[in-house]
Design a protein around this ligand. Structure first.
Ligand SMILES: *Cc1c(COP(=O)(O)O)cnc(C)c1O
Length: 404
């Protein structure tokens, strides 16, 4: 073991800090999840039992205040199921924010539809309704609103209202804000269909996974059918995902020797959520599968602690907020009146030169900031001349960890 890693670890612990700087992936995984993954790796015969999947879907629905919830292997896959359920056809347009993850426009294109990008605002990084109105055309069939960094988007309620008036379907991307609320109602509950992510860097995780939720019985039946049609992950994939639970729990929370041990045992099987193919806009092999039931057991453990973790995130965001408020040159995020955010990260808008070189942040804050998003279609840069705020956010939005 590298002696300087041990010295750094000891020095952080002595100063009352976690043994390692916070990481952005797997921070919600705890020893129970790691033990469960370890146990499951030794009992592959139990993986076919669908009971944990149904239990997780029921609990997830209850947690988000939805009538129905269906799991998939990725939030992007859940979005694909939503588009199918809504009956969107080739050529239909989906109006959405220009500041997003590449996998979102990809899912829309894979469904044969066309994403149309509207600009965002830089208070909560949600779609700017005024811009969106101008982008709606005769082929627009659906509006996708998102909530980023654990915030509730500024124009959320108004955008839903506007879309309803126009007879457009509403899809909500809750991938970064699962558990957030507006006026007592969880995000996702105002849409026709919402989707959440269980990817490593999200509010709760099964390494990879996603959930589509709806209150509408007919849409629920369509999504259930999409789930039945989706292929199962093979056992090598299930094993790989479980190994990643062990690996990332150790990376996020373990002392150096345990991190090293986990890296030696499982590092070669590290999961990549967005492959090079996907960044090129190609549909990767194995896209569109169901969530393995064994991973739903990890999801159930995560649901048992997510509210506590989210409260902790809010507390730490409060500290960053006070820090930034006392300084020049940091634009803090807005918390919409009546909303309870979950602060997956604490975003700050800084001058571009400060995002380009983050050495100042490590010195002043003692942490490495996140750089979500690296491109308008993260991680891909997209030239969207009508979306100056999206560009501004790509060049200047950094984010600080709220767990770890
Ligand atoms: C992560 C993410 C997604 C996609 O979720 P996956 O589970 O990775 O497919 C979609 N939208 C946003 C805003 C995200 O952060």
């Amino acid at each position: 073991m590298n002696p300087s890693a041990i010295a750094r670890y000891a020095s952080r612990r002595i100063r009352g800090l976690p043994g390692r700087p916070p990481v952005f992936g797997g921070a919600t995984l705890g020893p129970k999840e790691a033990q469960e993954a370890h146990r499951l790796l030794g009992q592959p015969e139990s993986w076919a039992d669908p009971a944990p999947l149904r239990a997780f879907e029921a609990e997830f629905a209850a947690w988000t205040g939805a009538r129905h919830a269906y799991t998939f292997l990725g939030g992007r896959v859940a979005l694909g199921a939503a588009l199918e359920a809504l009956g969107l056809r080739p050529g239909d347009e989906v109006l959405m924010p220009g500041y997003t993850c590449i996998v979102v426009p990809n899912a829309i294109r894979f469904a044969g539809c066309r994403p149309v990008f509207a600009d965002i605002e830089t208070e909560t990084y949600g779609m700017d309704l005024q811009t969106a109105r101008q982008k709606a055309g005769p082929r627009t069939r659906a509006v996708l609103v998102h909530h980023l960094y654990g915030l509730v988007a500024r124009d959320y309620a108004e955008t839903v209202e506007w879309a309803r008036d126009r007879g457009l379907a509403v899809i909500e991307d809750c991938a970064q804000s699962s558990g957030a609320r507006l006026d007592g109602r969880p995000v996702g509950s105002r849409a026709d269909v919402a989707f959440h992510s269980l990817e490593l860097s999200k509010v709760l995780t099964t390494v990879m996974g996603g959930v589509a939720t709806t209150d509408d019985a007919a849409l629920a039946e369509q999504i259930a059918e999409a789930q039945r049609q989706a292929p199962e992950a093979d056992s090598a994939t299930v094993a790989r995902l479980l190994r990643n639970v062990v690996l990332h729990e150790a990376k996020a929370h373990g002392p150096p020797w345990r991190r090293r041990q986990a890296a030696d045992a499982h590092g070669a099987q590290a999961w990549v959520s967005t492959t090079a193919e996907e960044t090129r806009g190609e549909k990767p092999t194995g896209y569109g599968r169901r969530l393995p039931a064994a991973l739903a057991r990890i999801g159930l453990l995560q649901l048992g602690r997510v509210d506590r973790l989210n409260a902790e995130r809010r507390r730490r965001a409060g500290r960053w907020d006070a820090w930034a408020a006392a300084r020049e040159g940091f634009k803090r995020p807005a918390v919409v009146a009546g909303s309870v955010p979950v602060f997956l990260r604490y975003p700050l808008l800084v001058p571009p030169e400060r995002k380009a070189d983050l050495a100042w942040a490590r010195r002043q804050l003692g942490v490495q900031p996140g750089v979500w998003f690296k491109g308008e279609h993260h991680p891909v840069r997209a030239d969207l001349p009508d979306c100056p705020n999206a560009r501004r956010a790509v060049e200047g939005c950094i984010n600080l960890p709220t767990l770890g």
